[in-house]
Each structure stands twice: as C-alpha cells, then as structure tokens.
Write a protein that binds this ligand. Structure first.
Ligand code: BES
Ligand code: ZN
Length: 631
C-alpha cells in the first residue's frame, strides 16, 4: 500500500526540496489527480448550509495507490464511497488556514492510469470561508436572501472536498436546488433547469464546465437575479436594481473580447458573462470562467473603471488557461494578466494611455512595499508561502512587480509587438496546464534564443527573490500625467489658495483626477486649510466614483479633517471591496483621536462583513490579535 498524505515521505521530501509542491494544500497532485467533479448542491437559506454530494473522478499517477487525501475546511462529512463501495475515511487535525485533510482509504489498490469515482456526501458550515450568506436587508431588492462564493485562493475546500490546489485541473458538472423565487448561476455554461422532483417549491439549475480548470475557479451565486444581453456571447447579471446600469457600464465587453482574442488567441470558454455582486464582494473582479464576478463599485456611470473587466477577460488566457502551479507563482497569473489588460487598453485608447496606467501601477507597487516594509519577504515577486495564509500575502506586488518585469523584458527584447509574440506563444504552449516561474523562465530563454546574452544580464535574483522595489525603474511617458503632476505641485507649493478654481479639473478625465489625488497621497499631508479649499472649489465630497472618493477621503483623514472620518467609515462599511475598506479603516485608525472609533465601527459591522474581509481588517486594527496570531 502506498500513501499520499501529509506524512508521506515522498511528499514531505518534495514539500521541503521542491518549490512546485503546494504549501497551501494537503492533497498531493503527484500521486493522483482529479479529472472531473460532479456536484449536487441543496442550498438551504434557513440554516445557511449547503447539503451536498460530490463525485470526483480521480486518476492514479502511480501504481498501488490506495489512500488519497482531499482538502476540506469546516465540512461535515457524512459518508464516502469509492466506485460505489463504502470507504473508510478520517479527518486529520484542523490547520489554521489549510483546514483538515480528509484521508480516504480505498477498498482496493489502483494502478497507474486507472480511475476511481470517489463520492462524498457532506454539509458545509454556516461559516464556510468561501461563502457569504446575505439577509434580504443586505440586498438591493430587500425581499430575498442572497448567496455568493469566493474560492480563490484556497477556499474551495470549504464548499467541496477536493484537491484544492491550482496544480490540479478538472471539468465539472453541477446541479443546484434553490427556492423557486431565486436564480442560481455558476462559473460554467448554463445547461437547463427543472422543478426539483423532491420539492416543487424549488428549482434545480444545471451547469457544465467542459474546459478543465482549477478548483479555485468554481463559483456560485444564488439570488433574485436578472440578466441583459450585452454582446453576442455576453450577458450581464445582477439584482434588477443594477442591471441596466451594469449593461451600459460594460457595453465595451465584446470589443475587449475581440481585442484580447487578437492578442492572445481564441477564447475557449464559450460564454463570457459578468455578474455584479452586492457591495460586500471583497474584490474588484474575479475571473470565474464564463462568469466574471464584479463589485458594484465599478458602476461609475462613465465606463472609466472598465479596465477591471479588461483584466478579468485577460485571465481567460493567463490564469484560467495557463495557471500558476502554486500560489507562490501567483505573479504568473496576475503579472501577465495586468500586462494583457494594459495591451487591451493600448489597442483601445493608445500607447500613452498604457504608459499612464503603467505609471499608476508603479505607484501602487510603492504603496504595497511601504505597507509591507521594504525588507518583508512577502514583497518578493516569488515569495515562500510555507506557513503563510495566501490571503495574508495578497497585495499589488505580484500584479505590479510582475508587470514591471514583463515591461522591462518587453523593452529589452524589442518592444510590445515582439514581446506579445512571446506571451501568445507561452499561452499556446502551456494552455490547459499549470506552470512554475522556472518553466516560464526556461521558455522565455527558449523563445528568445537569439537574445540569450541580453537575458543573461537581467538580475533575476533581484527581480524574483529580493524584497522591495525592483532593481530597475521604468521610464514611462508622462504626457497624460503631466497635467496631474502640475496641478498636484501647485497644491503642494501653494501659498495663495485663491488661484484655484473649478476650471482646474475641467479638461481632466476621471483617470487623471484619480492620478492627481494619488500623487497628493504620496506626499506629506497637506494642511487642513488646503483640503477645505479643495472641497470648496472642486466639491469632491459629492463625487461617487469609488476610486476618486476613496482617495479623496483618505487625503482628508490624513490631513486630520474630523468631518471626513464618518464619511470614510461610511465608505469602508457600505461597500466591502478590500482595496478600499482596508486602507480606509487603517487611515482612520492611524488618526489617533479616532482609533477607538475605527475599532468600534468595525466591531459594529463585523457580523455583516465578508469573513475574509473582516478577518484581515481585524488584523489591520489589532483586534483579537491573540486569536489571529496563534497558528
Ligand atoms: N483574481 C483576482 C482576485 C483575487 C486574487 C481574489 C487573489 C482572491 C485572491 C482578480 O483577477 C483581480 O486581480 N482583481 C483586481 C482587479 C484589478 C487588478 C484590475 C481587483 O479585485 O481589484
Ligand atoms: Zn487578476
């Protein structure tokens, strides 16, 4: 009998000596891999649990396989069978962020290449990390409850026992039973619906995902949803209150898809829909296949935040087709995706726009490096995540250090068209698989075999394994930034505040207004009199664009404008996108007079927040520090 468990010597050896083993998962993808999942979900809004059954089709990669380990977190396992025969199983000790390994002993041995169907009957916990259950009061319609999932990075195991590692890819089929007034959608193609034969007050929705994908891309939403067609392969979904606004905000979707296909190759996922979630959704966007999830904070009214959609569309190639093998190689997903996102921006709005966005990205990288600390190993492009919760490691670093590396290589190798040739070829070669940084780098050297001498001069160790800012600072074109820089300098140096008028902003786009405020945020706080004057002439308090409002309120709190504190806390709690909520809480917390107020407001809202968001804000504000530091 050979084992594949946390104690397995072979795995243990791999774990400590090979960066490609997955430190966030108990399952061991070198012994066996899941090829297909078939799930049935019964969604129970009364008890906030999903009663479920999953059949995993697992292939043995070695002879004499008789034990397999799945990842779980807070699941109640009812029974396990293998090819229809009852199987012995046990849940190991619970790890702080990995959950508990589910060890299953098969009643027979498998040889290499053989498949087994493992069926697990189980129930999720009301506090499942991947799920947020909203009461009717937390929805726009106020009538029906709502459920959404967020599995990336390592939370799928709290809704499905599985090999929850991005190194494993499988297709899936799902049947979801929900109350008949509600609609279910998933990260897959819709495959029909019927009245639940067990209960005619319920409907079963069916889904199929025929393209193999990692578990973190499994996604589900149940709510009072409507949809509108926005393109030949696209619909937008949301509660009816937002659906028309969302349809016009995301009207460029098909143009972006066509542009991305031209850059990166055919779109293989069939449908590309967008779902606008309730405000507590913790991210800007999430690239769930066939169904991007988006925060309602993108609904600016002027399409100015549509780069997030370009970003999620780009993941259809980098991330969903070519996937990071472990979360230590997350930059392969996000760095390439930001690169593609900005190439789409370049095609649609020109090279100066790409340069402008790239400059903003460099600033975001500086912010992250400052927040984490220049010597923090989590600012490495390729960090070690041994004993690190991937949610704690999340920052702009993989995005923007990754982009900066790719842009640096683009310049070295001969410009955007030449380098895009490499990216397209990398996508083709590694499509449907999961890769490490080494594999990426080896292919880079192979593709540019005539320029190996130039590639050898790159300081790879500094780029990948050294904390802090990259070794080379890019020189971006400042054409679109010049007016923002000039206006920010006028404010920084101003003695006579009467020279400012509302006309200062007249010819600025919202992108430029964001840039102007970002530049001020990088400086020492402005005197309060300046901020008050700025409000008087620009009236920024009324701006609803979330990216603008976020930066404006941070500036005000940083300059100790007391009246801005309730506005900042309101924004931090009325929406839950972590990019906004965490810095807003931190900003108020750092204003000594209001530290307690930040904690008080957080505690008052904690129960209705998404659990990943509330966990991270608690750490940011040193709430429960004992609980959150004990592993
Ligand atoms: N895949 C990420 C979101 C994510 C990352 C969720 C890690 C959980 C763990 C998504 O594609 C993303 O990067 N979203 C950004 C968009 C931005 C970079 C344009 C966001 O949420 O702001
Ligand atoms: Zn992304």
């Amino acid at each position: 009998m050979s084992r594949c468990s946390p104690q397995c010597l072979q795995c243990l050896h791999r774990r400590t000596s090979d960066m490609s083993s997955d430190p966030s998962s108990f399952s061991c993808s070198s012994r066996c891999v899941t090829r297909h999942l078939n799930v049935t979900f019964h969604v129970d809004f009364d008890s906030h649990v999903i009663r479920a059954q999953v059949s995993l089709t697992v292939e043995a990669l070695q002879d004499r396989l008789s034990v397999l380990t799945l990842d779980t977190r807070d699941l109640k396992i009812v029974s396990v069978s293998a090819n229809g025969q009852a199987a012995v199983f046990s849940l190991g000790p619970k790890h702080s962020f990995k959950g508990a390994p589910l060890d299953i002993t098969l009643p027979f041995d498998l040889s290499r290449g053989q498949h087994v169907i493992v069926e697990v009957t189980y129930e999720t916990s009301p506090s499942a990390m991947a799920l947020q259950w909203l009461t009717p009061a937390q929805t726009a319609g106020k009538k029906h409850p709502y459920l959404f999932s967020q599995c990336q990075a390592h939370h799928c195991r709290s809704i499905v026992p599985c090999q929850d590692s991005p190194s494993v890819k499988h297709t899936y089929y799902a049947q979801v039973s929900v109350p008949k007034d509600l609609v279910a959608v998933m990260s897959a193609l819709r495959d029909g619906q019927e009245v639940d034969p067990q209960d005619n007050n319920r409907i079963i929705y069916r889904f199929r995902q025929p393209v193999a994908m990692p578990s973190y891309l499994i996604a589900i939403v149940v709510g009072d949803l409507e949809s509108r067609v926005i393109g030949p392969r696209s619909r937008v979904w949301s509660e009816k209150e937002f659906v028309d606004k969302a349809a016009s905000e995301f009207s460029e979707t098909e143009t972006m898809l066509v542009t991305a296909e031209d850059l990166a190759g055919p779109y293989v996922w069939g449908q590309y829909d967008i779902l606008v979630l309730p405000p507590s959704f913790p991210y800007g966007g999430m690239e769930n296949p066939c169904l991007t999830f988006a925060t309602p904070t993108l609904l600016a009214g002027d399409k100015s935040l549509s780069n997030v959609i370009a970003h999620e569309i780009s993941h259809s190639w980098t991330g969903n087709l070519v996937t990071n093998k472990t979360w230590e190689h997350f930059w392969l997903n996000e760095g390439h995706t930001v690169y593609l996102e900005r190439m789409i921006g370049r095609r649609m709005k020109g090279e100066q726009f790409r340069q402008f966005k790239a400059m903003g990205g460099w600033k975001d990288l500086q912010d992250s490096v400052n927040t984490f600390g220049v010597n923090n190993p989590l600012t490495n492009l390729v960090p070690s995540l041994q004993d690190v919760d991937p949610d704690d490691a999340f920052s702009s670093v993989p995005y923007e250090k990754g982009f900066a590396l790719l842009y640096y290589l683009e310049e070295l190798m001969g410009g955007p068209e030449v380098f895009m040739g490499f990216v397209k070829s990398y996508i083709q070669l590694f499509a449907y698989s999961s890769v490490t940084t080494d594999e990426w780098k080896n292919y880079l050297f192979r593709y540019f075999k005539d320029k190996v001498d130039v590639l050898n001069q790159v300081d790879w160790n500094a780029w990948m394994f050294t904390p802090g800012m990259p070794p080379v600072k890019p020189q971006y074109d400042t054409t679109l930034a010049d007016s923002c820089i000039a206006l920010s300098q006028r404010w920084i140096k101003a003695i006579d505040l009467n020279s400012f008028t509302e006309n200062d902003l007249k010819s600025m786009s919202s992108h430029q207004l964001i840039k102007f405020l970002s530049l001020l945020l990088q400086e020492d706080p402005l005197p309060l009199t300046h901020l008050k004057k700025m409000q008087e002439v620009y009236d920024l308090n009324v701006v609803l664009n979330a990216e603008i409002r976020f930066r404006w309120l941070r500036l005000c709190v940083r300059s100790k404008w007391e009246e801005a504190v309730p506005l900042a806390l309101k924004m931090a709690t009325e929406q839950g996108r972590m990019k906004f909520t965490r810095p807003l809480f931190r900003e108020v917390f750092n204003f000594e007079k209001f530290s307690d107020e930040a904690v008080r407001v957080f505690l008052a809202h904690r129960a209705e927040m998404h659990s990943v968001t509330s966990g991270l804000v608690a750490k940011d504000l040193n709430v429960d520090s004992l609980k959150s530091t004990s592993l």
